[in-house]
Design a protein around this ligand. Structure first.
Ligand SMILES: NC(=O)c1ccc[n+]([C@@H]2O[C@H](COP(=O)([O-])OP(=O)(O)OC[C@H]3O[C@@H](n4cnc5c(N)ncnc54)[C@H](O)[C@@H]3O)[C@@H](O)[C@H]2O)c1
Length: 369
């Protein structure tokens, strides 16, 4: 690898794989040299985004054996991540890896991946990119700088459109995704841990599949994924966090609304819907101290147009890649570790269990017990 150009191999070239391609194409010194995907249409569409044609493989093993790449990006379906990592752990020439969330889908993966990653000599970065959304990054930074005083409560709301159609409909069944509270909500559980700087102890959740995908059938089976939930997480340091997820709120103006409140103030951020509205509005960060005279500080958070256009995650994939690039080049730390990825998934698994069994679930027992 030259310091200038990192040669990436992409495993899984669907919607998110293409978001990685578009973001790397605006980061100088990045080249996707190989793509592995069993789906010919995904390979073709992804390759068309690249000026220099990559090597194309119809399975990941062939790419991993090829030795063409300085770094790997895993953006295949959730239930393939753990197996691919197992395979990568035994590579002759290990390279840095960015693995999309969730890092795994089964409780039995947790401890094995943790041990495998501990032995792996190169950086592994987990795609918890919500940390890098500019308005969210502002909120986190200011909480950690003490602007709200001692933070006690974290409130997270995501109100959005239903899960989109995926290649082979892999995202319609909990068996393949880990369930909604693992699949997408591991992002929020990661944010909660990151903001709280503490570990989850206990999860109480209630959720259901009320409206979405009920009339769909795949091999005669109806999808089983939740489309709404409330989740409460207790943290070891006494903080409490709450997630309000609704996936039949297609018309929401704000898709994500996060608030952290402490003894001195509340800070919140509002992130516009990622799809649907013609009008593009900037995200906002609001700061409201506890004082007699109400003094709201309201900031708009602008993100570079090119960066926004490169993905559907409000610029976060771009900033995530800048960090991963630094880690590859040995110029920066792995900011989202395998441990972070596993812990976020474990909270999601605890939440799924809590919904199914209608009880509070201790996270530790599930995690590595
Ligand atoms: N970070 C985020 O915010 C974010 C957003 C969306 C998706 N994701 C994650 O990205 C991953 C891919 O999601 P997507 O939306 O692109 O799905 P997708 O269905 O659009 O694409 C998945 C691709 O992987 C391919 N694939 C299947 N099995 C494979 C294998 N064994 N090896 C290589 N390729 C394989 C499929 O053919 C398909 O082209 C998922 O893990 C998802 O959770 C992350």
């Amino acid at each position: 690898m030259s310091a200038e150009t990192i040669r990436y191999g992409l495993i899984g070239a669907g919607m998110m794989g293409r978001e990685h391609i578009r973001n790397l194409s605006v980061i100088p010194g990045s080249r996707i040299v190989a793509i592995a995907d069993p789906n010919a249409e995904s390979r073709r569409t992804a390759a068309e985004l690249l000026h220099e044609k990559p090597m194309l493989f119809d399975e990941a093993d062939a790419l991993l054996d090829s030795d063409f790449c300085d770094a790997l990006i895993i953006a295949s379906p959730n239930d393939t991540h753990a197996g691919l990592l197992d395979r990568i752990f035994s590579m002759q020439n290990p390279v840095p890896v960015l693995v999309e969330k969730p890092i795994c889908t089964e409780p039995s993966d947790l401890e094995r991946l943790r041990r495998g990653a501990a032995e792996y000599p190169k950086p592994i970065w987990v795609g918890m990119e919500y940390r890098y959304m500019p308005p969210v990054a502002t909120l986190i930074k200011e909480v950690h700088e003490g602007r709200v005083g001692r933070p006690a409560m974290i409130a997270m709301r995501e109100h959005r459109h239903p899960f989109m159609q995926k290649v082979d409909n892999w995202n319609r069944f909990s068996k393949r995704t880990g369930g909604t509270l693992v699949e997408k909500c591991c992002h929020f559980f990661d944010l909660m841990r990151f903001i709280a700087r503490s570990e989850a102890v206990r999860v109480y959740a209630s959720g259901a599949a009320d409206f979405n995908h009920l009339d769909e059938r795949y091999d005669g089976r109806q999808p089983d994924i939740l489309d709404n939930a409330f989740v409460i997480v207790d943290f070891a340091n006494g903080m409490r966090a709450h997630l309000d997820l609704c996936m039949f709120a297609d018309g929401s103006w704000w898709q994500e609304a996060f608030a952290v409140t402490g003894n001195k103030a509340k800070i919140e951020c509002l992130v516009p819907a990622s799809r649907g509205y013609e009008e593009k509005v900037p995200a906002e960060v609001l700061f409201s101290p506890r004082n007699e005279r109400k003094t709201l500080e309201r900031r708009l958070v602008e993100v570079d147009e090119e960066v926004l256009a490169a993905g559907a995650h409000h610029g976060s994939t771009y900033y995530e890649h800048l960090g991963f690039r630094r880690a590859i080049l040995g110029q920066g730390p792995v900011e989202v570790s395998v441990e972070d990825g596993l812990k976020a998934v474990a909270i999601g698994m605890a939440a799924e269990l809590s919904v199914r069994e209608k009880r509070a679930v201790e996270v530790d027992g599930l995690q590595f017990g």
